[in-house]
Design a protein around this ligand. Sequence first.
Ligand SMILES: NC(=O)C1=CN([C@@H]2O[C@H](COP(=O)(O)OP(=O)(O)OC[C@H]3O[C@@H](n4cnc5c(N)ncnc54)[C@H](OP(=O)(O)O)[C@@H]3O)[C@@H](O)[C@H]2O)C=CC1
Ligand SMILES: CC(=O)N[C@@H](CCC(=O)OP(=O)(O)O)C(=O)O
Length: 346
Amino acid sequence: MVNVGIIGATGYAGAQLVYLLSNHSGVAITYLASHSYAGKKFSTVYPSMQGLCDLVLEEEDLQKASQRCSVLFLALPSPMASDLVSEEILNRCIVIDLGADFRLSDSLTYETWYKAKHGSKELLAKAVYGLCELNREKIQSASLIANPGCYTTCSILTLSPLVGENLIDRSTIIIDSASGVSGAGRAEKTASLFCECNESCKAYGVTTHRHTPEIEQELSRIAGETLLVQFTPHLVPMNRGILSTCYASLKKGVTEQQIEEAYRKWYGNEPFIRLMGSSLPETRFVKGTNSCAIGWVVDHRTNRVIAVGAIDNLMKGAAGQAVQNMNIRCNLGEQTGLVACVANPL
Ligand SMILES: NC(=O)C1=CN([C@@H]2O[C@H](COP(=O)(O)OP(=O)(O)OC[C@H]3O[C@@H](n4cnc5c(N)ncnc54)[C@H](OP(=O)(O)O)[C@@H]3O)[C@@H](O)[C@H]2O)C=CC1
Ligand SMILES: CC(=O)N[C@@H](CCC(=O)OP(=O)(O)O)C(=O)O
């Protein structure tokens, strides 16, 4: 059994992780920490977890946590993780950070987009970007895994085969992504109030959203050259789900068959990627699952490909992918604890 702990267990991402780890046959939860609820049972904060996880939440103490656990998950607001993690902690346990602090390899880019000071720049070179399907080999030996963001997971997975197989003009990528409200976390915010988001849909963070450099970093790595994307997130009135609609101009002469072959080549054997061709995915198809469903259509009038990806933001976009990362790193079987639900008929 692998001993695991979560700091930030009471947030939406952390709570989803507690749920997954409570049902995982290869791990034992030995430490849960909360900022506001220390001393209370986890199941008091999340009553649906009564009988499944009644552990008492502790004060955040990374030293104590790293002595008790061999894998430590952080699900904290940025830049808290960068202030907590150190070389000493990484020598004792594997850290999987669900936040953004170790995703961008350049600290200046981080500080510019996050408008925050990074607390452990010297560790950035150690961090492995934990997008499992694309970085599996590096994850196998990483001591610090940067779990990708929700919009980014969906957008990068959807676009990578088109970029990597050189099928599109890389300067023409536009991504419109929609998220459910749980993407904003559990902390009280006016923008997350029922009356502010129910029966409404809005674009936000236009030209400034901090997932833009993360998408650009990873797609540039795949392209072997720097590329920029136009990324616009939208808030929609649902609890969970991300839908990324990605547009790009096709290179001259690229056929639908080449696009299909690219997706099959990249993801044909991936257990958590569901290729749907022209039957486009919807967020409800992947709700509660660790799957990313991808479909695509070519518009012959404009010579553009429109590729659509769907994930559950709390699963493949956060906790599910964090468990997948742990499974890869600790040799637990990549699908362990994640296979119960791979698709939803409704
Ligand atoms: N929600 C999502 O869909 C996704 C979230 N993420 C990332 O995961 C991390 C956690 O997100 P999420 O669960 O949504 O956030 P929440 O706001 O729901 O939870 C934040 C967690 O951090 C704890 N915390 C500790 N210190 C502080 C502090 N000073 N201020 C506020 N909270 C504190 C909270 O404790 P307490 O509850 O005790 O106050 C809580 O457990 C973030 O970095 C986020 O960007 C990544 C992908 C998707
Ligand atoms: C709907 C909503 O508000 N979503 C969040 C993104 C959640 C996420 O993945 O953020 P991190 O990169 O910090 O992990 C946002 O736009 O800020």
